[in-house]
Design a protein around this ligand. Structure first.
Ligand code: AP5
Length: 218
């Protein structure tokens, strides 16, 4: 069964955390536009240089810069068995662009999983998040701490705080989500493929719920 899924939700909802589980459960690649953009920033590519200032401020990178990136990634052979898109689409033009890209590939989305979390919890999650510089694994100082402080359990790399996880950028990201990204939910609700999940619970509980909902939908 090829699962073609979007994982959706505000910054800090746990999209990346849950995507890791789903990608293993359904054996599909996890495609995070945020991770791809950060990789481009790290390597100093032309795309990364254009995207960096938007990302650091917590603004969205212009739609046009995302289009070619997503189109090329979804045309790669590993997506034939399905995919899990994380962080795209996050505007109505991006949702329409995704339909167009999938139409051209003769594919369609099976489900959009929306992880719902309240603002106070989102701020707590984002401000306590730490990422491994070497392998990208994600932790939280209180909710999902590494065994040794600032050291990655998986590879021993150094943990750091993302520039956009500082207070000013967090506020901006949440405002941008409300204004530009939340309207996308209606777009998928009308298509009948939206699955809402309560993300304000333990990581394991959310995981079990999301997997159960997706298996029911399949
Ligand atoms: P992106 O990387 O997509 O960031 P985001 O959407 O802001 O989401 P996050 O990665 O911050 O959060 P998450 O939901 O994955 O939460 P996580 O699992 O880490 O985008 C970054 C930037 O790139 C954007 O601002 C934009 O500039 C640009 N960009 C990317 N895509 C774009 C697009 N399509 N168009 C335009 N621009 C784009 O969890 C957060 C923390 O909470 C972690 O510490 C985790 O351990 C903890 N946690 C998770 N679940 C739980 C739980 N149930 N209970 C307690 N703690 C939890």
């Amino acid at each position: 069964m090829a699962m073609q899924i979007v994982i959706f939700g505000p910054p800090g909802a746990g999209k990346g955390t849950q995507a890791k589980f789903l990608s293993e459960e359904f054996n599909v690649p996890h495609i995070s536009t945020g991770d791809i953009l950060r990789e481009n920033v790290k390597k100093g590519t032309p795309l990364g240089m254009k995207a960096k200032s938007y990302m650091d401020r917590g603004e969205l990178v212009p739609d046009a810069l995302l289009y070619d990136l997503v189109k090329a990634r979804l045309a790669e052979p590993d997506t034939k068995k399905g995919f899990l898109l994380d962080g795209y689409p996050r505007t109505i033009p991006q949702a329409r662009a995704l339909d167009e890209i999938l139409d051209d590939l003769n594919r369609k989305l099976d489900a959009v999983v929306n992880i719902e979390v309240g603002t106070t919890a989102l701020v707590r999650r984002l401000s306590g998040r730490r990422i491994c510089r070497a392998c990208g694994a994600s932790y939280h100082v209180a909710f999902n701490p590494p065994r040794a402080q600032d050291v990655c359990d998986a590879c021993g790399g150094e943990l750091y705080q993302r520039a956009d996880d500082r207070e000013e950028a967090i506020k901006n990201r949440l405002a941008v989500y409300k204004k530009q990204t939340q309207p996308v939910l209606d777009y998928y609700k009308k298509k009948g493929i939206l699955i809402d999940v309560d993300g304000d619970r333990e990581i394991e509980e959310v995981r079990a719920d999301v997997i159960h909902a997706l298996k029911e939908q399949a």
